[in-house]
Design a protein around this ligand. Structure first.
Ligand SMILES: C[S@@+](CC[C@H](N)C(=O)[O-])C[C@H]1O[C@@H](n2cnc3c(N)ncnc32)[C@H](O)[C@@H]1O
Length: 323
């Protein structure tokens, strides 16, 4: 079985490792770069069910170099392509990636394109359906073939929210929170419903509830949940007046955006903690860029873990609080 290279959001690789082990406990995993996890013995047909990954590729070969130079990189790529000359593509597109700075990604692609032409005797075309990834992790070269692009795009997402959460991040937060089977999750800022819907996919028997102040969002979240084929309760409410009296996990992505003034934000986080203190039985999880404001609130919750990731260039934190 070929090893697989899984790409996730950098900084939350642990979520993918947890998910992979849950689906197939016998899989060996290794973090090989920012947002990159190498897995061995993972069943290929189950890749599409991984919810924390952005894309996956099938590894053709990995070489460790003694010296990092254009010559050694070219030689490594050539060897890997020679060992894998059975593919019948007419053309491939190329993606070069360098994890540690010090070598140009464009130059890596140029080197790889020449070798593809020489060894596989095919052209590189950015519009080709098959994509070859050539990645450099320190002094390791990894060549792999994408077999499905953008796994994180969800087909259920028909009603779109302007500030929706990346579903891979929503899934990761649920996994990192250690949500247990047959518990319940509440998202008081549910928007298009990403967190409750993803939670439903990940945990057996979990009851998911979402609410939002905006009735349009609630209608949209219901459309998305129906499209996803999951049963989630969504209703309209200002979170300060939520009728929910208790939940095991409160996992949420509070409002973010330039229109919110800092004083409003401080009040928002104070209110989130005040209400959570009344209703949360196990864990509070905040997905937010406003880490200082969140950690500045005094409450009976204890910040036990924090992950930091980047989504579309913005730094986002997953903060896990225990009671
Ligand atoms: C960052 S968005 C959540 C996006 C959501 N995670 C998704 O993937 O679509 C924050 C949401 O909080 C809602 N909101 C703002 N103020 C609120 C309040 N006082 N009570 C409840 N919801 C509120 C907004 O309508 C918005 O949909």
């Amino acid at each position: 079985m070929r090893p697989l290279l899984l790409s996730t959001l950098p900084g939350i690789e642990e979520a993918t490792v947890i998910e992979v082990k849950r689906i197939h406990p016998l899989t060996a995993t290794e973090k090989i770069g920012e947002g990159k996890i190498l897995v061995e013995n993972f069943p290929l047909e189950k890749v599409g069910s991984l919810r924390t990954i952005l894309c996956a590729s099938s590894v053709l070969g990995i070489r460790s170099l003694e010296v990092l130079s254009p010559r050694t990189i070219r030689k490594a790529i050539r060897e890997i392509l020679r060992e894998n000359s059975g593919f019948e593509f007419l053309e491939v597109s190329l993606k070069g990636l360098v994890t540690d700075r010090g070598f140009s990604e464009k130059y890596l692609e140029v080197i790889a394109a020449r070798e593809v032409k020489r060894v596989w005797k095919i052209k590189c075309n950015s519009r080709a359906s098959a994509r070859l990834r050539v990645e450099l992790y320190g002094k390791r070269v990894c060549v792999s073939l994408d077999f499905k692009r953008n796994i994180f795009r969800r087909s259920y997402y028909v009603w779109k929210h302007l500030a929706s959460l990346n579903p891979a991040l929503a899934s990761s937060a649920v996994l990192l929170a250690g949500v247990e089977a047959n518990s319940n999750i509440y998202d008081p800022f549910s928007g298009s419903g990403t967190i409750p819907i993803e939670a439903h996919f990940l945990t057996k028997g979990v009851e998911c509830i979402g609410s939002d102040i905006n009735v349009e969002c609630v209608r949209g979240a219901l459309v998305n949940a129906a499209e996803a084929g999951v049963k989630v309760v969504f209703f309209t409410a200002d979170f300060r007046k939520t009728p929910i009296r208790s939940c095991d996990y409160l996992i949420t992505d509070p409002p973010r955006g330039k229109r919110l003034r800092v004083s409003n934000l401080r009040k928002l986080f104070e209110d989130i903690f005040r209400i959570s203190e009344q209703i949360v039985r196990r864990r509070l999880v905040l997905i937010t860029p406003y880490v200082r404001l969140a950690t500045g609130v005094t409450s009976s919750f204890k910040l036990t873990k924090m992950w930091s990731t980047r989504v579309s260039g913005s730094k986002i934190r997953i903060l896990i609080y225990d009671i």
